[in-house]
Design a binder for this molecule. Structure first.
Ligand code: SF4
Ligand code: SF4
Length: 400
């Protein structure tokens, strides 16, 4: 105990030695070796946790931590993205605030995660803009694009019309839609790909075996580390465990994937089978899209509810605009999509279509800068952990 306290005091002292930046001998590729204040705080708490190790079984962060004696920038970005912010180690920690050591792993990790979204973003300026004003930027982009498309419809044929039996292409020709969304989707994938490649290069994990890839995919798709390490779930508002955070994430992710599948199937219908939209309610694209839309309504609504009730010590208050911006766009995407499906045989179809397309474009444009990117970096961190745990421990500390 005395040893731990000595270590903790030493660890506590180093951020104060240089509040803005702390020089570390780091394995950091390309962007210098200095740690930011938030990174130095994660390094401090990791030094304390490395001496304590009470939370070793909670998630992958702690066993990954024990493979290190010092924490450079690349290590901290990796550990921060490996953390799923389940809150378990905050509520279990005897050194959490108000203890003088003030160990708060989830909050410290959340701050560094936010930093990684900006640092790895392409182009960086959009990452910074979204980081500061995520909610306002998301809503303004969606409203601006919806207004632009509605005005285009108004000038070309009128917003209100005789029912067109759900024929979207009478409002926006198929090729125009394919060009618009192809460009926006292509940009989003390029920006996300560049960010992920930067992150991957910095964490330099080594070659991935098939077993490591399969394990990481399994852990990412099941959100294994949102079970709190004991299977009962996360802490959200207090000491009580809940599995709802994991469930709402699953509704959101699989709802998104079903909507994506609906678009892919509709594309196959169009180009391979020569069948043009509108498709009947019982067709595969409409059934997939409806199921996905319902999932995307339930998941983000639940995540927003949990986000509003979240214990203030668990997360980073500065990240809330980003969280809520992404949640708001997902909710608007599903709500406007389901409204379009319900109203596609009415005279308001053109207006409903313009609003839905504006929201979807805003969602794609902001994907690389918001919470969607965290899924990409977190999956990469899980893969690194699956690779790393199969490698010999360079510290050679026996049972460690
Ligand atoms: S979070 Fe607290 S209890 Fe858990 S390992 Fe770190 S210092 Fe120990
Ligand atoms: S908050 Fe949860 S996932 Fe993050 S380090 Fe603590 S126990 Fe692990």
């Amino acid at each position: 105990m005395r040893q731990l306290e000595t270590l903790a005091r030493e660890a506590q002292s180093f951020p104060q030695a240089a509040p803005a930046m702390v020089e570390q001998p780091v394995r950091w590729h390309g962007r210098g070796a200095a740690l930011s204040t938030d990174e130095a705080e994660v390094a401090r708490v990791m030094q304390i946790c490395n001496a304590c190790r009470y939370c070793e079984g909670f998630c992958a962060v702690f066993p990954a931590m024990t493979r290190r004696l010092e924490f450079g920038k690349a290590d901290l970005n990796y550990l921060a993205n490996l953390c799923h912010n389940c809150g378990a180690c905050l509520h279990a920690c005897q050194y959490a605030p108000p203890h003088e050591f003030a160990v708060n792993v989830p909050q410290a990790m959340a701050k560094v995660r936010l930093q990684t979204y900006t640092e790895y973003a392409f182009p960086a300026v959009l990452g910074k803009l979204y980081r500061r004003n995520g909610l306002a930027l998301s809503l303004a982009t969606a409203a601006g694009l919806a207004l632009f498309l509605a005005l285009t419809v108004m000038l070309t044929g009128g917003l209100f019309h005789a029912p067109m039996a759900g024929n979207f292409y009478a409002v926006f020709p198929h090729n125009t839609l394919a060009l618009m969304f192809g460009a926006v989707f292509g940009f989003a994938m390029l920006a996300l790909g560049i960010g992920a490649a930067r992150f991957w290069r910095d964490v330099s994990p080594g070659a991935a075996s098939g077993a490591a890839v399969a394990e990481a995919a399994h852990d990412a798709l099941r959100l294994r580390y949102l079970d709190g390490g004991h299977g009962k779930g996360c802490n959200n508002a207090d000491d009580a465990f809940t599995l709802w955070r994991r469930r709402f994430h699953h509704f959101t992710f699989y709802g998104f994937m079903l909507c994506f599948a609906a678009t892919c199937v509709a594309t196959l219908y169009h180009y391979l089978l020569g069948q043009q939209a509108p498709y009947p309610f019982w067709s595969a694209p409409v059934l997939l899209g409806t199921a996905g839309g319902i999932g995307l309504l339930i998941g983000p609504a639940g995540l927003l509810w949990l986000n509003l009730k979240r214990h203030p010590l668990q997360g980073d208050a500065a990240q809330k605009p980003m969280d809520r911006g992404f949640i708001a766009l997902l909710l608007l995407t599903s709500a406007t999509g389901l409204a379009l499906l319900a109203g596609r045989d009415t005279g308001a179809m053109a207006l409903l279509l313009a609003v839905h397309l504006g929201v979807v474009m805003a969602l794609f444009l902001t994907l690389p800068y918001g919470k969607f990117a965290h899924g990409v970096y977190r999956s990469a961190a899980l893969l690194k952990w699956s690779i790393e745990k199969r490698q010999p421990d360079k510290l050679r500390l026996g049972a460690d």
